[in-house]
Design a protein around this ligand. Structure first.
Ligand SMILES: NC(=O)c1ccc[n+]([C@@H]2O[C@H](COP(=O)([O-])OP(=O)(O)OC[C@H]3O[C@@H](n4cnc5c(N)ncnc54)[C@H](OP(=O)(O)O)[C@@H]3O)[C@@H](O)[C@H]2O)c1
Length: 254
């Protein structure tokens, strides 16, 4: 049985990835597996999709849930054609003003869980399979006021590009998706203690376009997907201008 697995499927770009895999990028997929904590949201999405689905209401920061998912993979032994790792979150604020526990949860979900899910799913992939990892344009350089989140996404970007190179011999591709701000529920959590993001919201993109570009780039087996001219220019800027200077200048744009 050919399947697609989507984490973070209850909301935002994960949910949109499920919709686009269901309707546009079907690629011989028999079943779509939807993972996130909110069961009702997953059920709602499952009812809307044309494909057969399985829902997994799991907290990916909980080792027991990771083991449960591993066990299901082991029992079903599917051929995973597409993995989308979209679960993730961040909390804005000065480093010391955010609880250490929350920093730990960001690292556990964005880095550790993504790594564990990728590791277990690769065993069920054959040549031609694709992996889409949601990093962020926050990965391009350090972000004071969003330090741990940006560092976690730098991890995702670096890890994904290296893995893409490693998996070439198996003809499996890994695409790191690096959007700027996208209009999802992400900011409800990220800005719960306040925001330092005002001017960046001028670059807000819609999730449908970001995911469409990500899916297209995954199909072309690109190692990075950067939506919009402004984010591509930002990427170039972070490659040619010292990060210290950019951080200094950005202080005047809050
Ligand atoms: N929105 C942006 O501006 C933006 C920009 C660049 C990159 N990104 C990245 O893109 C990805 C998708 O974000 P989004 O904008 O679509 O945000 P979102 O709407 O808040 O979706 C985040 C998803 O992560 C899931 N999730 C959170 N904690 C989880 C946990 N412990 N276990 C399992 N699932 C969990 C949530 O589901 P439950 O709450 O139901 O568990 C939800 O489905 C994230 O990795 C984010 O960092 C977002």
């Amino acid at each position: 049985m050919n399947i697609a697995i989507i984490t973070g499927a209850s909301s935002g770009m994960g949910r949109e990835s499920a919709r686009q895999l269901d309707k546009i990028y079907t690629d011989g997929i028999d079943e779509i597996w939807l993972v996130a904590r909110r069961k009702a949201r997953l059920e709602e999405l499952a009812a809307e999709l044309n494909h057969r689905t399985r829902i997994f209401p799991l907290d990916l920061t909980d080792d027991k849930c990771i083991q449960e998912f591993d066990l299901t993979l082991n029992l079903v032994n599917p051929n995973v054609k597409f993995l989308v790792n979209a679960s993730g979150f961040g909390v804005m604020g000065k480093f010391s003003a955010v609880y250490a526990k929350e920093h730990g949860e960001v690292i556990r979900l964005n880095c550790e869980a993504l790594t564990k899910v990728t590791h277990m799913v690769i065993d069920y992939m054959r040549e031609g399979a694709r992996i889409l990892q949601f990093a962020s344009s926050a990965a391009f350089m350090p972000q004071p006021g969003f330090a741990v989140y940006a560092a976690s996404k730098a991890y995702v970007l670096s890890f994904s590009r290296a893995l893409n190179a490693e998996l070439k011999e198996r003809d499996i591709s890994v695409t790191a998706v690096c959007p700027g701000p996208v209009n999802t529920e992400f900011f409800e959590i990220a800005e719960k203690n306040g925001t330092n993001f005002h001017f960046k919201k001028a670059f807000m993109a819609d999730k449908e376009s970001v995911v469409r570009k990500a899916m297209t780039d995954a199909y072309h087996r690109k190692d990075m997907s950067v939506y919009s001219l402004s984010m591509n220019l930002f990427l170039i800027l972070t490659k040619i201008v010292p990060h210290g200077l950019i951080m200094f200048l950005l202080k005047f744009f809050k």
